[in-house]
Design a protein around this ligand. Sequence first.
Ligand code: PXL
Length: 435
Amino acid sequence: MNILTIAGSDPSSGAGIQGDMKTFNAFGTYGLSVVTAITSQNTKRFLDVKPVMASLVKSQIKSVLEDFHIDAIKIGMVYDNQTIRAIHSELGRIKIPIILDPIFKSTTGGDLQMKDAFADFKKLLIPLSYIITPNMQEAEKISGIKIKSLKDMRNAAKKIQKMGAKNVIIKGGHFLSGSKIVDMLLENKKFHTFSHDRLKFENHGGGCTFSASLCANIARGKKLSEAVDAARLFTVESMKNAAKIGSGLVIVTHAKGDEIENGLSCAISKFCSIDFIYKHIPECQTNFVYSTSNPLSLNDVMGLEGRIVKTGKRVTVAGNLKYGGSKHVASAVLEMARKFPSIRSSLNLKYDSITIKRAISKGLKISSYDRNTEPPKNKDKEGSTISWGIKKAIDRWKAPPDIIFHTGDFGKEAMILIFGKNPEDVLRKTLKIAT
Ligand code: PXL
């Protein structure tokens, strides 16, 4: 999965381009970057800022768009009118979701946007955004509404949406009793509120961490409210773990995301972009799973709660990744891992004898089972057919096969399962047979 940040450089690496790249990395995504400005700052003070020439901002954007498939874009610091117009002219017509993080001041007080650029920021960039992510002060500045209550927060969000942002999240409301902080999401016409405990110290990089992790989660195809929740949790954790690296403000420290989820979600997005893969999606659609080491139950196996579905000549992901999200493909991995613990990932494809012949010719090891020979007693036990079949298929095997297939039964679709040590290994084998 590739995501792009268009933002300013921060030499302290807490925020800006450098902070975004660390966040993208924590989510196992590949970060591309276009630099709009260079700041000189540290954790104590802000020294200087200069924009990058607009023509160079334009050509940087061109250079990444013409080469890479990009799943989502974050726009952070944009210093002047020329930069804003350059970004607008390059991104005005693209279909990639844009996460717009309005940035006016640095945590150490430096101006990160020129005053006379604000009108163009509102007119040209807000309408491009799939979601805009202001904090309270930024939301007040953009909406012109003083925010003192949840009602004001909702009104400000509605006003910003009217300016052209598809969705709005305002972060950091602090008017609830106790020490709770509220984030308010306006998704189309619906409000969602989220809350967490107020942290006791100021930090450097929290805002960028939120918008960059939201970008990564949107790229992964999460539903917006779930992407916001995942980004919030990640940001709060990163702020709690903030470290005293310089002599001033603490800098956010990103926790490494869940390796199983990172690895699987990257592989799923690569799977979806394999040429002609739609021809291999079965009627019951495809799931792709990855287990922890030594899995004991379906809850140790991550899979899609929905499926990878065929939509015409494309495939798309419907549903989120969850431990326990898959039953069928996950049962197959559990059974394989019982005998061959190195096998932790699998996906299912449509059965076709030509696909099997191709797999043999590419040197993949194949086994199979016959569903017609399943004892009736077993058939009655919900969900046990797959475990029974896999067990049978590997009964005499000393090393794990790459593929196990069956040719169906009355009312049961024939199926191919591809196995591997991890999702990349499964993808590598899939690429050998999918044409
Ligand atoms: O967190 C906002 C931000 C974004 N971009 C750059 C920054 C900062 C905050 O200091 O320096 C370059």
